[in-house]
Structures are given as C-alpha cells and as structure tokens.
Design a protein around this ligand. Sequence first.
Ligand code: NAD
Ligand code: ZN
Length: 364
Amino acid sequence: MPRIRVKLKQNSYDVIVSAGLLRRAGRELRRVLPSKSSRVFVVTSPTVYHHWGGVLEVSLQQARVPYQIVQMNDGEPAKRLQSVEQLAEQMVDARADRKSLIVAFGGGVIGDSAGFLAAIFMRGVPVVQIPTTYLAQVDASVGGKTGVNLRAGKNLIGAFHQPRAVLVDPEVLDTLEDREFVAGLYEALKCGVIRDAKLFDFMVRNRAKILARDRKALERTIVSSVRVKASVVAADEKESDLRRILNFGHTVGHALEAATGYSQFLHGEAVAWGMIAAAFIAGEVRACRAETVQQIQTAVRAYAALPPVVCGTDDVLERLTVDKKTVGGAIHFVLPERIGRTRISAEVPEEVVRRAVEHIKAHA
Ligand SMILES: NC(=O)c1ccc[n+]([C@@H]2O[C@H](COP(=O)([O-])OP(=O)(O)OC[C@H]3O[C@@H](n4cnc5c(N)ncnc54)[C@H](O)[C@@H]3O)[C@@H](O)[C@H]2O)c1
Ligand SMILES: [Zn+2]
C-alpha cells in the first residue's frame, strides 16, 4: 500500500493511496484519533454522501469509531465563511469538543472548508482528509492550506493546518463526471513537468488507460503527484520560494479564471491553458528548447479538448498584475527548463506575456 510521508518540522503525516482504502478508512482513522473518547465529525456534501457515504459509514461502524455526519454543499460558491459557521454550529449542537476529529470527505471545496473549520473550531482540532475528486487527491488535500473565499477573491481567508493523515482511494473517482476528472489530471501533468519527468512520460504513454480510469494507472499518477507535492511542501512548509513551483501554469490560469468570471473553465482547465502559455513564454525567453515547449503543449492538448479562451487579452493581462502572487510589480512565472525541471523568472517582458495570451486564444 503506497504510503507517502510528508515530513514537516512538526506533525509529519502519511498520505496513503490505495484502491479500496475507503472500506478500511475506519481502521486508519482509529489510529490517529486524539484520544479514546474522541468522536469523528465527517464533513461532506450531499453528492459525495450519496455516492460514497454508505461505504465510509460501514467502515467506521466496523472499526467502532463514533461519528456524526455534517453536511455542506460543494461547488465553489459554497466555499464561504457562512458554510464554515453553519458546520461549526452543527458540531456544537452535536456536542463536539476539543478532542473531536474532523474528517473532510469530498472534493477540494469540502477539503478547504472543513480543513479551515478544523483550524479554528475551539481554536483547532485535528483533521483527516479523504479527498474524492482527482484534483483534491493529487493537490488540495496535501500541504495544509485551508480556507474560504471572499466576494473580492478566492482563498482570501484561511490558515495553514496540516492534516493528521490523508486517505486516498482512487475507486471513489468512478462516480466523478468526466469533465471534473480530466480537469484534475492536468495538475498531475503539472507535477510531471515541474519535478518528475517519469511521471510526465507515464502520462503521455498511458493516456488511454488513465482516461479509462484504470485503477493501477490512476494510483501510479496519484502517488507520483503526491510525492512531488509532499517533497515541495516538506522543503518549504509555509509558502515561499520553492513552493511557488507548484504554481506552474497557474499565473495565466488564475488570470483566465478571473477574466472569465469563473464561469468558463474548471480550475484544472484554466491551468492547462496556463501551462500551454507558460511553455510558450519559456520558448520565447529561451528558458528551454523548442522541443520541450512542444512536448508540454502536445501532452496537455492530447488529454481533452479544452474550452476555448474567449476573453479580452487586456482583461487577462490586467488580472495578471493584480494576482496576489505578484511580488513588487513584476510578474513571476514558473518556467520549464526541461521536463522535470523549472525555474522562477521575474523577467518576462509584458510583450511576451501578451503574445502568450494571444497564442492560446488563437489555438483554442
Ligand atoms: N488547499 C489547497 O492546497 C488547494 C489546492 C488546489 C485546489 N484547492 C481548492 O479546491 C477547490 C476545487 O476542488 P474540486 O475541483 O475538488 O471541487 P469540488 O469540491 O467543488 O468538487 C467538484 C464536484 O465534484 C463533485 N464530487 C466530488 N467528489 C465526487 C465523487 N467521488 N463522485 C461524484 N462527484 C463528486 C462535487 O459534488 C462537485 O460538484 C477550489 O476551491 C480550490 O481553491 C485547494
Ligand atoms: Zn491548481
């Protein structure tokens, strides 16, 4: 059973990746309960509960773990303080206390919201992540970033709160809609580009298997992606330099999401366009060879047809400069040097960025 250790200065934890793990989740949870009298509060959504709640409940009952289900909606609009407050009220009504453990059982919206709830409920209780979307399995559930959105922007309120454990079962992806599933795959491809050429190769060569959701192939991509994220997070727990490489494709990606009012792209799709743009930029500023640009662009495009980029170039450029990851006016780009290796560059002329945006608009 692949177990990836996320090594931190304090509170290191394991990410376990295994098909069928949800059926053994009760046992795994029992190991990380803060005390014998602890109760588990499973935060989930109606959709996830409908598909997989039964499996989790049976495993909790078999392991004799006392639990309570609390629900919130998922989807980005639900990722708000109000949801967190309502969950906290439900927990208090159900007599949760400091020894309680929260289980975040859902996609990234549930993971971020329930993780944040855990960070602040009674000044902090432990959380275990059981991610149920591909995106959450390879990305959102690992690293300890939690939070919710404000009207002014995404993730503007939050806290670092590392999980006690992350339990990843690729089987739960069976019920995920195709578009959601594929959007998550781009984050894995990203991990390949930034730090793991073998993962990148595997994803290029096994595209059909992955798209058919072959368990073993998925497990392989998830394990490698989590390793990449875990190694970066371990080296750099609280976002600074190294951790920024995880933002490959995200500079333009975030700008596209914002410029289209978060209505045209799923996050992963915007990141896919962002990777194509970043590869283009890398080629222009000669951070890498033309062959690498081609490899990245072809790999991204091969997975699925992306929704076209229909928005003003100026709108995108404007969003780029207000992105919170801008430092001191310069737009920082994570650029590939070759597959598996990136560098951060603050010296990308605006003209080149403009051409990159035109490039993705023209190649939709
Ligand atoms: N904390 C981090 O480091 C981090 C990293 C990346 C993304 N995120 C956050 O993650 C969020 C996006 O996560 P997401 O894409 O998982 O969105 P999501 O949680 O809204 O889930 C997407 C959809 O999939 C459905 N779903 C979830 N699991 C399912 C299953 N097994 N079967 C069928 N349907 C299922 C949900 O009901 C929802 O409609 C964003 O808010 C983003 O900011 C956080
Ligand atoms: Zn992302």
